[in-house]
Design a protein around this ligand. Sequence first.
Ligand code: FES
Length: 422
Amino acid sequence: MLSSEDNELLTRVGPDTPMGALLRRFWFPILLGPEIEEPDSEPLRVKVLGEFFVAFRDTQGRLGLLDARCPHRGADLSFGLNEEGGLRCAQCAWKFDVEGNILDLPMEPEDSPLWKEATAPAFKIRDYGGLVWAYIGPQDDVPDLPEFEWTRVPAEQRYLSRFAVECNYMQGVEGGLDAARVNALAAAETGEPPSPGSGATGLGDDEPAHTVRAMATDYGLIIGTALDADGQAPLDVQVTHWLMPFYTTAPADEAGVLEGVAWVPTDDESTMAFAVTYSPKRPLSKRLLADIRRGKRIHPQLAEDSYRRKRNKDNGYSGSSKASFAPFASRFASTFELAVACQETMGTIVDRSAETLGANDAAVEAARKLLMTAAVDLMEGTVPVVVRHGEAYRVRSYAATVERGKRFDEDEGVRAGIAAQV
Ligand code: FES
């Protein structure tokens, strides 16, 4: 449970908010690489953290990211013409290069001071790991790019997608941290109640019975989730990570395939999720790619010509214009997609002052605390350490076994696994 004030602190991401200032200290993905591959291709309008930008690739193949408002009279530059080394505004044809410098001022005298003064605010933008990343914070203080393992594997070893989520980014993050949902949602899909043990075993005998324990690090959280609750030792523990400011990770499957999601705020009430499925060792199999296309993993099927999910709020998650009378949980292609829908059913910004958290919400509580503390610290001038340590993102989820009654973060095997990250 949070106070209403803390809920505001956690969820508001505009330029004049503490959390908005914190998020602006990080690079984050804004587009899939193929969307903006070709020189002189259509400029793309991007909304992120409540602000509009225009992304384009010029004739030389350089990427540019400008404030979408033309500095002349405010026309939207994303409706402009991307040609011959720059972006020409649709209103009165002022033209800018990728750094926001003026290239052309039709109908202005040659000695006009505007040739020197008229610039469009420009921001850092990079191709990286199959995505296009933006940095819209202080442009003279650029952070490291996060060195996720999936950014460094060959393209055939990863699958990337993006999709809109119609609620605040933190609900997506918290859905990705909620270990108990895996059992509960799987049970909902089959119509069976969750097994008695699921969500009810201890990772330390000094703690009340629960499955989840979170350990804070410089980059976020290491999260241990006990899987077997049959009373036998040792416990099987899945170790996953939450990485500042909004990246969630999932355990590896039996083939060693890993997944993660970046929950990038579009504004206070909507999110663009970037999802990755990757194999550290080999190209993704045809079977896995077929599953992905059927929405079986963490890449929901999309409505036509849209980043909106096919099963969305407006169609009651039926996936068509007809009402569905099927049980809610059975309408989705994966428990992940069901979980995203559940986050949306809470409302665009859930009222955390009215919630009732349990022991399984340890990671959710820890992530909130870490983000809010970092936002307050930044107001006092302290920038999060991790923005200068892109290598901190070289982590991988993994499975471990832990003696019953022992804290997972004190277990030698787990600590060795942490130390041996990628
Ligand atoms: S508003 Fe863009 S050139 Fe006039």
